[in-house]
Design a protein around this ligand. Structure first.
Ligand SMILES: Cc1cc2nc3c(=O)[nH]c(=O)nc-3n(C[C@H](O)[C@H](O)[C@H](O)COP(=O)(O)OP(=O)(O)OC[C@H]3O[C@@H](n4cnc5c(N)ncnc54)[C@H](O)[C@@H]3O)c2cc1C
Length: 503
């Protein structure tokens, strides 16, 4: 006898878990299935014990935009559980620190951006007043453009747009860094194995920056990255839903309106509504199968390109445990000033470590939630450039470690352990076809009206997660999709009560 639900959610990433929380709290009988032993997908943490002491370490994600003021908060509001996820926010007394190579530029992230940042920028870059007026225009557009007008820039690459306003190369590197950090996609098109990959969309980047800057909020979930999906999953359980880990779906069987999913151990579940967080390509081409969809839909799905992480723009993530508190900062951001992103790509393509600083995003999670490291110790999470499939991984690790040592002196001397995650194998964790960091790229041709939608040609089958997120950065994009997909499903349930009823 196959157990029946109103809704089956495949995958517990931010989008899947968030969507499941809303649906369960709306009274639908919901099951959330995750193939990994822990929840969260790319937004997760693991526990490590060293000398009998416990560390909670982010597997990938570093830092979060908008937090409770964005879709994470809106999901929990809908569930009537606003406190299921709690956030740390840095203060003006101890804000994130920014550097242009090694020149400090004050706090570079919202809400800490101040007019003084502009004078710091001018001093550090040596830009003229006229050149500075270009970057001010960029910020002016970000703060004042309407959503409708931003869509007119959807088909323009971010690099082309900023180049039309800014001529100073060092200022351009700063804007490129913002784009790469947000979208994990190049601001310009690049060729890879004979195929051209369009750059990040200017319109989409502007909308994301605008939302983020206006919300004036950045932060980190108490409990580490995994606290987000755990928070959502607790809402599912509280509403009589089921949450299962180590539950890998191998097949979605669609027979007319009926849908059955099959796990790798042969278990089957049935539901009229299936929500897949496994990826649009992976669900359509893999779990369901091409023959179940119209040809033009399959063509479109095949054409979609992933964000970077495993193609040209590789990264290495170092999680460093130190036996002493070495810094008070919650976040340190280093923006390259002597190396363009085209040059960084070239170094990576040749698998040669650059001779100058790259883009480093360093968070100190235990300064945001001290329970993540043992008392008196510190956890540092640094992400920086690395060639894909490098034959010289030790050199890249050393290059990144030297950078961390420069901004947090004492790391070498005080390190207890260094865990290393290389971008190349993200797909082993996510089950996706590529090791992309964010989801389907927010690039020209894939945003605005061209963004893949949660609905599919199969009635009752939805795709949730960053792949179908309409706006936002990383996890926020995925949570936004969780919110919008749940709203679509609730509308569907309202208008088709007979179809969703369990016999
Ligand atoms: C190194 C790195 C750093 C990042 N830094 C940030 C950051 O600082 N801030 C930020 O906001 N974002 C960051 N991101 C991006 C962010 O992590 C992703 O955009 C977001 O987590 C994607 O969420 P998702 O729900 O779309 O997909 P995923 O997180 O990939 O979730 C999909 C889930 O589905 C499960 N699944 C797949 N197939 C099956 C199956 N067959 N059966 C059952 N389960 C299945 C997977 O195991 C996974 O748990 C980073 C990503 C990486 C890789």
């Amino acid at each position: 006898m196959v157990e029946k639900f109103n809704v089956i959610v495949i995958g517990s990433g931010t989008g899947g878990a968030g969507c499941a929380a809303i649906l369960a709290s709306a009274g639908l009988k919901t099951i959330l299935l995750e193939k990994n032993p822990v929840l969260g997908g790319r937004c997760t943490s693991y526990t490590k014990t060293v000398n009998g002491e416990k560390w909670i370490i982010d597997k990938y994600v570093h830092y979060f935009c908008r937090c409770e003021k964005g879709p994470f908060g809106k999901i929990l509001e809908k569930c009537g559980e606003p406190d299921a996820i709690r956030w740390f926010h840095p203060t003006f007394e101890n804000p994130p620190l920014g550097f242009l190579d090694d020149i400090p530029i004050g706090a570079p992230l919202p809400p800490f951006l101040q007019p003084s940042n502009m004078s710091d920028l001018q001093r550090a870059t040596g830009a003229t007043d006229e050149e500075m007026s270009g970057i001010l225009k960029v910020f002016d557009v970000i703060f004042s453009i309407t959503k409708r007008k931003s869509h007119a820039l959807d088909d323009i690459e971010f690099d082309e747009w900023v180049n039309s306003l800014v001529s100073n190369q060092k200022l351009l590197y700063i804007l490129h860094s913002l784009c790469i950090m947000m979208n994990v996609h190049m601001p310009f098109s690049i060729e890879h194995k004979g195929k051209v990959y369009p750059g990040a969309s200017a319109g989409d980047s502007i909308r994301n920056l605008s939302k983020w800057f206006k919300a004036g909020n950045t932060g980190y979930p108490i409990g580490g990255s995994i606290a987000i999906s755990n928070g959502f999953a607790n809402v599912v359980r509280k509403n009589n839903g089921i949450v299962k880990t180590n539950a890998k779906i191998v097949k979605i069987i669609v027979d007319n309106y009926n849908k059955i999913i099959e796990l790798d151990d042969g278990t089957q579940y049935e539901a009229p509504i299936i929500v897949s967080n496994a990826g649009i390509k992976e669900t359509v081409l893999g779990l369901v199968g091409e023959d179940k969809f119209p040809k033009d839909y399959i063509k479109r799905v095949k054409e979609l390109i992933y964000s970077e992480g495993g193609r040209d723009y590789g990264v290495v993530s170092l999680k460093i445990g130190v036996d002493k508190k070495l810094t008070d900062s919650p976040v340190i951001l280093v923006i390259p000033q002597s190396l363009s992103f085209r040059e960084i790509l070239d170094f990576k393509a040749r698998d040669v470590v650059p001779d100058r600083p790259g883009l480093y995003y360093i968070t100190i999670p235990s300064n945001m939630d001290k329970s993540l490291a043992p008392p008196g110790m510190q956890l540092i999470n640094a992400i920086g450039p690395c060639a894909i499939n490098s034959k010289h991984l030790d050199d890249w690790i050393d290059y990144n470690l030297r950078a961390v040592e420069k901004y947090i002196p004492g790391v070498y001397e005080h390190k207890i352990f260094i865990d290393i995650t290389v971008g190349d194998n993200i797909k082993e964790w996510t089950g996706r076809f590529e090791s992309d960091m964010v989801g389907i790229a927010q690039s020209v041709g894939q945003v605005g009206k061209n963004r893949p939608k949660p609905e599919t040609p199969i009635e009752g089958l939805y795709i949730v997660g960053a792949d179908t997120g309409s706006i936002g950065i990383g996890t926020e994009l995925s949570a936004q999709s969780g919110l919008e997909t749940a709203e679509l499903i609730l509308e569907y349930v309202k208008s088709h009560p007979d179809k969703v009823k369990i016999e």
